[in-house]
Design a protein around this ligand. Structure first.
Ligand code: CS2
Length: 493
């Protein structure tokens, strides 16, 4: 770590990964949350163990100092706890060469983006971090922070920072770079590229057309599918880390044993040998992305909202409720699988069996409120195209309608729909707007109509799909009158 002694090898003698921390940074990562530290950072550690190289990670948290402060105090080292039914496995990771909080040091972040040693930028900033309008998919120029970034202020949004950093890189050495979104967005690479490009078009700099030509020629945006269930850290994890490694880790990361990373092999300036950690490099990520978003993520959202409405704090407990596994199975088999192509390397029955096992892994303790957070941004990605597929075929999809109805019930009546003191509350950028609609409209029909008509959550085509909106209304009403059991029975009838 810059400014800190690099003493790799953990206190109890258990190995630290990689065996030698690289001295040189090659990757800038935005979003220093648990997911990054249990996923890309571990793949990078494995890559470096197989093929040492200049691929240290500069880790940039967006606003919170919590992880950066803790990691600095621990020489950048932290524990990944792999949790399954048989127990806990601990690994100590030390792969970050520098750490910063972007909000505190925005210029430093831009400098990293311009640094020719940095050849890959990875992002885990959540669906909420891209500043796009869910309704149009385009850069949300109504957002004040986006407008301020476009006006030339020191950028504070992720897309603004990327765009201004790329601008600086172009003006300095123009070295090639790859920007890798690791968030659950469909076509996440292409989407990120389109947003950055749009920003640069609107920013209208004097050298704008040369900059855009450079961007098109020298900067790639590989799409990726990332998969690992990584819950939030709790005190018990700190105790487990201490017991396993002898290190007082303030920010250990709990994670499930399963991990998958599929990347489009389009790297402009090289990359670590991530395949050494099991990553799959391919020409086409789409099939993997769609399977992940529509099968894993949509089911996970279903478990989150039905779980919240049933007073369950954890996903594994939601899965065990009567009727829930069958309705999730129906969602997957009847409504999601027909809308996608299973990648040839995946045996779908094995995948689904594993998926239900993963959701049922109690050791992971994934909270319903965590998965249910940001639903206004997650659900459109997970369900919109499948909704249109089925409505186009004359059959509005009932299980997807139940998922949307359950989400709306939680968000429009946050005070009565679920026991927040047990479950916690799902955070959402549209929480206030949805709660206001819930106070204003009493009946399901008026409320659901108002959500589709007056919020920008779903794309226009979904809002205009009347048979689907009607089905959401019926199931919202069923949830209100009889709770999850009654609504599930209606779907499975
Ligand atoms: C979850 C995901 O929070 C959510 O919405 O569906 O974080 C999920 O756990 C990961 O995508 C699994 O890879």
């Amino acid at each position: 770590m810059a400014g800190a002694a690099s003493t790799d090898g953990s206190t109890d003698g258990s190995a630290t990964r990689p065996a030698t921390r690289p001295a040189t940074p090659g990757i800038l990562h935005l979003g220093l949350g648990n997911f990054h530290r249990a996923h890309q950072a571990l793949y990078t550690a494995a890559a470096l163990d197989a093929e040492p190289g200049p691929w240290g990670i500069v880790g940039a948290a967006n606003a919170s100092r919590r992880v950066v402060d803790a990691l600095r105090a621990q020489d950048g080292r932290y524990t990944v706890l792999t949790l399954d039914r048989d127990g806990v496995r601990a690994e100590v990771v030390a792969v970050h060469t520098d750490l910063l909080v972007a909000d505190d040091r925005p210029q430093e972040l831009l400098e990293h983006l311009a640094d020719p040693r940095i050849r890959v930028v990875t992002l885990t900033v959540t669906e909420n971090g891209y500043g796009y309008s869910p309704r149009t998919g385009d850069l949300d120029v109504d957002d004040e922070r986006v407008r301020a970034d476009l006006a030339g202020n020191v950028p504070s949004t992720t897309i603004g920072r990327l765009a201004r950093g790329l601008q600086r890189r172009f003006r300095r050495d123009g070295e090639p770079l790859s920007v890798v979104s690791c968030d659950n967005l469909q076509h996440n690479g292409e989407r990120t590229r389109a947003l950055v490009r749009r920003f640069l078009e609107l920013a209208d700099e004097p050298d704008g057309s040369e900059l855009l030509a450079w961007l098109d020629a020298r900067v790639t945006f590989p799409s990726t599918m990332v998969d690992r269930i990584v819950p939030a850290t709790e005190d018990a994890h700190r105790d487990q880390a201490l017991a396993a490694t002898g290190m007082h880790d303030r920010v250990p990361v709990p994670a499930e044993p399963f991990s998958m990373w599929v990347l489009e092999d389009a790297f402009a300036g090289g990359r670590p040998a991530w395949e050494a950690g099991g990553a799959i490099l391919t020409d086409d990520v789409t099939a993997y992305e769609l399977l992940k978003l529509r099968v894993l993520n949509a089911s996970n959202s279903m478990l989150a909202y039905l779980g919240l409405l049933s007073g369950e704090r954890y996903i594994a407990d939601a899965l065990a409720l009567p009727g829930v596994a069958p309705v999730v199975d129906h969602l997957v088999r009847a409504e999601m699988l027909p809308t996608l192509q299973v990648p040839p390397t995946i045996d779908i029955e094995t995948y689904l069996g594993d998926l239900f096992d993963r959701f049922g892994n109690r050791a992971v303790a994934h909270r319903t409120a965590q998965v249910g957070s940001d639903g206004s941004l997650k659900l459109p990605v997970r369900v919109s195209e499948p909704v249109l597929h089925h409505v186009g075929a004359g059959q509005p999809p009932s299980a997807i309608a139940l998922l949307v109805a359950a989400f709306l019930r939680c968000l429009t009546e946050p005070e009565s729909a679920y026991p927040a003191e047990v479950t916690g509350t799902p955070a959402d950028p549209r929480a206030e707007a949805l709660a206001a609609l819930g106070r204003h409209h009493r009946g399901s029909a008026a409320l659901v109509r108002a959500v589709f008509d007056t919020t920008d959550i779903f794309p226009v085509a979904v809002c205009e799909a009347t048979p689907f909106v009607d089905r959401v209304t019926e199931l919202h009403d069923a949830l209100r009158r009889g709770g999850p059991a009654a609504a599930i029975a209606e779907v499975l009838r």
